[in-house]
Design a protein around this ligand. Structure first.
Ligand SMILES: *Cc1c(COP(=O)(O)O)cnc(C)c1O
Length: 391
């Protein structure tokens, strides 16, 4: 019997379909539509009786290759790709829910996701209750008769709080709801939420899946029947991943395993060093034994991941001083790049939250997030030392 292939092999080999020319690197299909051999073939394609591309809003061979490869890595029956991570999150709700239904979401999710749930979807009659990512009892208590979806990120941004995916999947299922996990920070190399009981995995492919800060993309993965609704929304509304971006992402996945291991090694070393630094008040990194959910993280993730946050005393002024004194790190909000990025969440990525929401989520003004890249770790350490010396 064939052995199941390892993730590193799937990342390089799965999903590829070659054209008549048998190119080694995948071709890119820059076309809006596809021609049929006959009127009968056109009708068969449109009715679904015959598989094959129709129109690039919802069928492109290059996009399908990326979807197949990511599905193989997450262990999902089906993947539907999107133009961005936010489009993927919107499509999940639009494809699976209706007005009058209710979401329970972690309080510690991406800033735009908070806005999407609380402001935009709220206007269309989908109500959301925000709860602690780390206390399953709050999720259970928030359930209403109309609850259809649990939504979380683990580890969270920027505090790297870790949610118990298996426990929350059980609570969701007992209430007749689905659990969706935004797996952006871990990628399937470090964490496979479907194996832990989640029903839906969401990606901002813009981050680690690309890995070099080049393109936007997103994806939703899960069982075939669930993904049918998500695909129907894509086909009808058109938040489609472009052929070029799909090609970049498909190639990006080839190095995902190597990169995630290197990001994680660098991050653990920096987190350990920061924790011993006299000017650092607190470090947030799931790979450190001092992290409140360290044991859970090490059970459900392969490593602590590539994101480290730390707090300095002195609030915003102190945090800005540290950031401005670094010379190698890029001051930008993106993450999951080969280049290390340094961010002040409370004045950038999380500035649209109210001060009360930020306080509730524990995002202080002295907090700095580092998305650790692939530079030599000694250079990164020296760069942060330069930053902290400014205090
Ligand atoms: C960036 C990000 C998103 C949004 O993705 P885009 O591709 O920017 O739309 C969603 N979730 C998390 C955790 C992110 O980091």
């Amino acid at each position: 019997m064939d052995q199941p292939l390892q993730p590193e092999t799937l990342a390089v080999r799965s999903g590829t379909v070659r054209s008549q020319f048998n190119e080694h690197s995948e071709a890119m299909y820059l076309t809006s539509s596809f021609v049929f051999a006959s009127a009968a073939e056109a009708a068969a394609r449109f009715s679904g009786a015959e598989a094959g591309p129709i129109y690039a809003r919802f069928t492109n061979p290059g996009v399908s290759m990326f979807e197949e490869r990511l599905a193989a890595l997450e262990g999902a029956e089906r993947c539907v790709a999107f133009a961005s991570g936010m489009a993927a999150i919107l499509a999940t709700v639009m494809g699976l829910m209706k007005a009058g239904e209710h979401v329970v979401a972690s309080r510690s999710i991406f800033g735009s996701t908070v806005q999407l749930f609380s402001n935009i979807l709220g206007r269309f009659g989908v109500e959301t209750t925000f709860v602690s990512p780390t206390d399953p009892e709050e999720w259970r208590a928030a359930i209403k008769p109309n609850t259809r979806l649990f939504f979380l990120e683990s580890p969270s941004n920027p505090l790297t709080e870790v949610s118990d995916i298996r426990a929350l999947a059980d609570i969701a299922h007992a209430a007749g709801a689905w659990l969706a996990v935004d797996n952006c920070f871990c990628t399937p190399i470090l964490q496979r939420p479907l194996e832990l009981g989640a029903d839906i995995v969401i990606h901002s492919a813009t981050k680690y899946l690309d890995g070099q800060g080049r393109v936007l993309g997103g994806a939703v993965l899960g069982k075939k029947d669930l993904m049918e609704g998500v695909y129907t929304f894509l086909r009808t509304a058109g938040p489609t991943l472009s052929a070029f971006n799909a090609w970049v992402l498909h190639k990006g996945l080839e190095t995902l395993g190597l990169r995630m291991r290197a990001h994680s090694e660098n991050a653990l070393e920096l987190a350990t060093w920061l924790e011993a630094h006299p000017k650092v008040a607190r470090v947030f990194y799931p790979g450190l034994p001092s992290h409140p959910q360290h044991e859970l993280a090490m059970r459900q993730q392969k490593t602590g991941g590539g994101i480290v946050a730390f707090e300095v005393a002195g609030g915003k002024d102190a945090a800005w001083k540290v950031i401005d004194a670094t010379r190698i790190m890029s001051i930008t909000a993106n993450l999951g790049d080969t280049r290390t990025t340094i961010t002040h969440p409370s004045s950038t990525t999380h500035s649209r939250m109210t001060p009360e929401q930020r306080a509730g989520a524990g995002i202080g003004d002295g907090l700095i997030r580092v998305a650790v890249g692939l530079e030599a770790v000694v250079d990164l350490r020296n760069d942060l030392a330069r930053g902290l010396d400014a205090l």
